[in-house]
Write a new protein. Structure first.
Length: 533
């Protein structure tokens, strides 16, 4: 357990990707089974401990200290695991002499505990741990490590350990279970490559590089095909021997969230496409509509009927038993067209190609797409194979330029982790109402897009101009004579009945601080409504 706690501490303090990879690879190389496998499961979100919930942690902490003091501490620190680990009473000396439970001991005790026994078991473990170990234990039970390590990065560390391509790890992943002893044996040359009898496994997706300045000048338009880039989520639909699965681009099995779509995966093969809401024959819904279906454990019949989903297909990876990823794009495309024509048209359709003669013509098409749910174009070399990862050259994404609006800062909230001492989450609004009776209406929230220096400037403005407090949220002075104007960039806009303004922004971020602009000259709600219209 001590090594795992040390790993988490060092990962939190190491910002560089290569530094995190080195830490993970070294940990997997030096720590024995099953601890390293359980650590891998925790890092990739595959470790489940159902007996303890975050609310129980708060209860345990407030039983041991003043609840108001705990609230202030949590507000200041910004992270529940870190707060509880710091305020928890130090263990008696006799508890720390020779008791060093392994990660397997801790996980075993927590997983064996019932819901009623969970708090007691957790408290006993925390009583016998130091601050770092307490922090690691709490991170385990809450499930969200939030240490800057993605499942993909952990898999890359495994690939580095065994000197294999990460795509081999990803293709095996869904057929493996913690603590992954067979996987580690293979990576260290102590055993054969794991063979899995699991069906309908995930295929690592091929990703595109963004078009940068000067890229198109080096490319011949005749070598590339273009297709529209739709604003949904990238998915992979796989069916093998009657086993049907729907995966996200990162390889997460999201089948339970979309049972209506999984029912229609009746083919033998693997499709790559964009998950969208609506009826492909009539209307495609917005990303805001799709969000109503995302991350749900159960989906009601009413929700399925109101927000039906379908896949707009980009590529065919496997047809029957044949893996066709090595074929050129145009050949895969021809087979895809024939394949999709035999599927349920209410659940699958084909993403059309965008025909163009030269780059200026494609740029005009990109800027004025034929559908509001299109966020740009994809460029694919006609002879490109389907390769895992993000190889430079075969595929490019050329997104539409973002929209911008000048809004006024209205509310601010402290961030988490390294930003817990700063007001870094901002709610902004635009003007509405008749001349002389105008007021600000919130239209979005943003918490990135600014530099560290700008964060300090905004934080000082918030503290100097606070007029009300609502728990961790501060209301700042914002009227026509005084206020901070933020230039907000966003990818799209949707109508929303959940927001007072009637609009919802897609990916808003702060692109510029407008210290020079009076608050009264910020944009009005009519500006955003015109974009919708």
């Amino acid at each position: 357990m001590h090594r795992f706690a040390e790993l988490l501490d060092r990962l939190v303090l190491t910002p560089a990707r290569n530094g995190k990879l080195t830490l993970l690879t070294d940990y997997f190389h030096t720590v024995e089974d099953p601890d390293r496998g359980l650590a891998l499961a925790a890092l990739t979100g595959e470790l489940s401990i159902a007996a303890v919930k975050p609310a129980m942690l708060r209860t345990l902490a407030t039983e041991r200290m003043d609840p108001v003091l705990f609230g202030y501490s949590y507000d200041y620190v910004g992270d529940l695991a870190e707060t509880v680990s710091l305020v928890w009473p130090e263990p008696p000396a006799y508890h720390t002499l020779n008791i060093r439970p392994t990660l397997a001991d801790v996980v075993g005790a927590l997983q064996a505990a019932s819901r009623s026994d969970g708090p007691r078991v957790l408290a006993r473990l925390l009583d016998r741990a130091d601050i770092s170990a307490r922090y690691a234990i709490i991170k385990l039970v809450t499930g969200g490590l939030r240490i800057g390590v993605s499942a993909r990065l952990a898999k890359q560390a495994l690939a580095n350990l065994g000197n294999v391509d990460v795509s081999q790890i990803e293709e095996l992943w869904h057929g493996l279970t913690p603590p992954y002893t067979e996987l580690f044996a293979w990576l260290e040359g102590k055993g054969p490559k794991p063979e899995t009898a699991a069906k309908a496994l995930f295929r690592p997706v091929m990703l595109a590089n963004p078009v940068s300045d000067g890229d198109l000048e080096k490319l011949d338009p005749a070598d590339y095909a273009a297709e529209w880039k739709w604003d949904g989520i990238r998915v992979q639909a796989v069916c093998e021997s009657g086993i049907r699965r729907l995966y996200s681009r990162s390889g997460d099995d999201i089948s339970p969230t979309f049972p209506d779509l999984v029912e229609a995966i009746s083919f033998e093969g693997a499709l790559d496409g964009e998950l969208l809401v609506g009826d492909p024959q009539r209307e495609t819904g917005s990303f805001s509509d799709l969000q109503q279906r995302l991350n749900r454990k159960t989906v009601s019949t009413k929700m399925r009927e109101r927000y039906p989903v379908f896949i707009r297909c980009y590529d065919l990876l496997q047809e029957g038993p044949e893996d066709i990823r090595t074929l050129p794009f145009l050949e895969r495309r021809a087979r895809l067209e024939d394949f999709v024509s035999r599927l349920d048209p209410a659940r699958f359709d084909l993403s059309p190609l965008a025909l163009f003669s030269d780059w200026p013509a494609l740029q005009e098409m990109r800027s004025n797409p034929p559908h509001p749910i299109i966020e740009g174009v994809m460029l694919k070399r006609r002879d490109s194979a389907y390769l895992a990862g993000r190889p430079k050259g075969p595929w490019f994404k050329w997104k539409r330029d973002p929209f911008t609006v000048d809004a006024v800062l209205m509310y601010a909230q402290r961030g988490h982790g390294k930003r817990s001492s700063f007001y870094s989450d901002y709610t902004f609004g635009v003007w509405t109402g008749p001349d002389g009776g105008e007021e600000l209406v919130p239209v979005g929230k943003a918490y990135f897009g600014f530099t560290d220096e700008e964060l300090l400037q905004i934080d000082k403005f918030v503290r100097d101009n606070t007029i009300e407090r609502f728990g961790p949220v501060r209301s700042v002075r914002a009227d026509r004579q005084h206020g901070l104007v933020l230039e907000i960039a966003f990818e799209g806009l949707n109508r929303s009945t959940r927001h007072k303004s009637g609009v919802a922004m897609r990916f808003p971020r702060i692109s510029r601080l407008r210290w020079d602009k009076p608050a009264g000259e910020a944009d009005r709600i009519e500006t955003l409504q015109a974009l919708l219209d």
